[in-house]
Design a protein around this ligand. Sequence first.
Ligand code: LLP
Length: 449
Amino acid sequence: MTLDPHVWPAGARRTDDGAIAVAGVDLRDLAAEHGTPVYVLDEADFRARARGIREAFEQAFAPLGTGVDVYYAGKAFLCVAVARWAHEEGLRIDTATGGELAVALRAGVPGADIGLHGNNKSDDEIGRALAAGVGRIVLDSLGEVDRVADAAARAGVRAPVMVRLTTGVHAGGHEYVSTAHEDQKFGLSLAGGADSPAMAALRAVLARPELDLVGVHSHIGSQILDPAGFEVAARRVLELRALLAAATGHLVREVDLGGGLGIAYVPGDVPLDPARLAKDLAGVVAAACADLRTPVPRISVEPGRAVVGPTTLTLYRVGTVKPVALDGGGVRTYVAVDGGMSDNLRPALYGARYTAALASRRGSADTVPARVVGKHCESGDVVVHDVDLPADVAPGDLLAVPATGAYGRSMASNYNLVPRPPVVAVRDGAARVLVRRETEDDLLALDLG
Ligand code: LLP
């Protein structure tokens, strides 16, 4: 019955009759008005996490005197309202595609407060980023140096760029989300120091007057729960920065240490504390710069999941309940809901774990081992692998799955031509649709027959 505060949105409460409300909105009312499945986003929680992470980094880095910027990584979840909230709370916006850039600009975020990433940016994306006057374009390959420089020449601007470094640090929750070991597609390796691919790209940038080399960038992975990887990566990046300065006289003024802060998904998980990470990183940066005898750079970080992940739950309606006998004896109750891998791909793609709770009433005290599954045509369509649910769980019940704010809606698909659910924000007892529900007409509108 209790809702673990690490896992559930800050505004989630049990009602007197055992249902769940978020920010004063009873999920039964929300389902009646907006239907299911639906992503329910706690606005105050989003703002508090965004602000909290920014303040933690600002406090930790204040003694270093060079300042710190927190970018919200829009890939975790971006819509116009969320981009605006993040910016209002003092964050900048990190985008990875033209689509994310368009949403940030529509939200009114000034170009200077936007960064553009991507390992395979199109000319159109580069051109639009330059036209918007983005604060930085993060270069991911040697070939991109000339492409961005040529685009800047055509646009008559000087492009602020960073170079993404591969630090050789292997961190993160799953191989698919680890990004800085050597054998993967992102960044330029700094192994080899002066002779590294990273150094070649940095020199190439310095050779093009249309480019302003503002910094170097490192992102080591996602869903990281141990700060050690960040510390090793920070040191390696600062070493390369010093090497570049010694070799060329150019000391880059900024270092971005990426995102990846891990969150709790199931009760008992301990999230990475942003305040602790910020303190650790401030210590490492100060010590490394002292050792290297280089001035401290301005630092930036790019969390996505830690800002939005825990703020959102997905509300489903139960359709079918099926006891299935297990090989080794015993029974598992398969609880099928009206969504699934089209609204949350993470269990199927990464084996990600979630929890679930009955949200529309108080369940029986006795529980059964259950698996929450979706409505898609494959057996990997699992929402929650293992969870104890009240034994009387039944068709018509509402089931809430927390911590779905990051990479849920943003990786949603139309598999089996299932329309994607809406995102509804709750705040002070009121609900507001941020992204409307897709309809079958939307899907048919794309189909030209
Ligand atoms: N910066 C860069 C350059 C990134 O590639 C990423 C994530 C972030 C920041 C934000 O990372 P976060 O703080 O959200 O961990 N779909 C996967 C996660 C992919 C992350 C990709 N890059 C998942 O659902 O776990």
